[in-house]
Design a binder for this molecule. Sequence first.
Ligand code: NSS
Length: 438
Amino acid sequence: MDFNGVRMAVYKVKDILKDEAVGLEVTLRGWVYRHRIVGKKAFIVLRDSTNVVQCVIDGAFLPNAYSLAEKLGLEASIEVRGRVKKEPRAPTGYEIEVVELRISGASSDFPIKGGEGIDYLLDNRHLWLRSRHLTEVMKIKSTVLKAAREWLTNNGWWETTPPILTASACEGGATLFEVKYFDKKAYLSQSAQLYLEALIYSLEKVWSLTPSFRAELSRTRRHLTEYWHLELEAAWYTMDDMMEVSEELVSYIVKRVLEENTDQLQLLRRDTGILENSTKTPYPRIRYDEAIEMLQRKGFQIKWGDDFGADEERVLTEYFDKPFFITHFPKKVKSFYMKLDEENPEIALGFDLLAPEGYGEIIGGSQREDDYQKLLNRIIEEGYSVNEYKWYLDLRKYGSVPHSGFGLGIERLVMWIAGLEHIRDAIPFPRMLGRIYP
Ligand code: NSS
């Protein structure tokens, strides 16, 4: 940046909030987070991507900068040059004694002033993203994605790129989004699983991170219609092997967030006790039958064969202080592709991983049916078109192998780690029932 012909290093706010920076003359760029005029002084709290710092302009010495500052609106973008001072009364403990101020982009009457209702804030999501709360969550999400990629790379998994436009359902027709594909019908992917299954015959251990789409017909705190789906699939893996992979992965991600996002977790007032505990594996495992008993003991009118909703899951989480698995579900509450228990074919070798503190399911996975005839029977039993799944059945005809996989909802995981009330805050532009703007 060029001030009066002199090139100045541009600092980030976080790098000057320390005693070693006191006395330095620095240049900062950012946005007006707050500002007020007291007597002949202007106090501007400048925000950049790293933090906020108070900047003071003394009108007695800098009349021009002072009159610029008087006109500043919330969220205007500015560049300031000045000296770093320690100031315990300032919001972040230091302040800038400004010697020069420039306005890059003016802003007047910023639409978000505080106290607005949720629908208004969602309509103004493009501006609401500047809030402290959403900024901290986005940073945590970035660490979550980085950590997942680190773990997968370090453990020999191949990243792959399955399609989003698909010709068949993975998780049932009820939540399919239909799109016009030239003169045909196609669907937005609910899961990359079926395609990942095709890739294990060459790569053995594969993963992908893609958007998944679900036409969810209810608005809940944990359902989006578009979410980011991290999916793994591996040849030769049993359900137990895959559960181990999922607990290693999740505990690693939590550990990395605890290391890298101390400031964010603190700003979000996240109690980290349970997160610390969740870095330790193994995670507890219970079977569906036990979960039913646990719920009945808590007064639920639930019987064998019923599926769990958010209420059931919340109550089950009260029994645990870290994520835990539920396994061996009745086949009728799970998808057609799951392998059935050899001893009791009414039971599917599926597992869910539930986050504690009331959050519930973050992962759904299973061992897959690898026998051609059994899979064909299941497809017919569910009333699906055999022709549509011909390619998927082929995989069982040419060198079939036992294999397993799972899908992790990134926003579900972020929601739990960041301690959010609602999943919409785990994604910048949430898509939910009836809403797609902005
Ligand atoms: O339906 S899942 O339980 N399982 C599958 O889609 C498998 N085909 C994945 C696989 O084995 N490769 O969804 C997996 C996860 C689930 O546990 C949630 O964490 C998340 O995907 N999920 C969602 N997140 C946000 N919003 C919605 N609507 C949603 N649905 C699932």
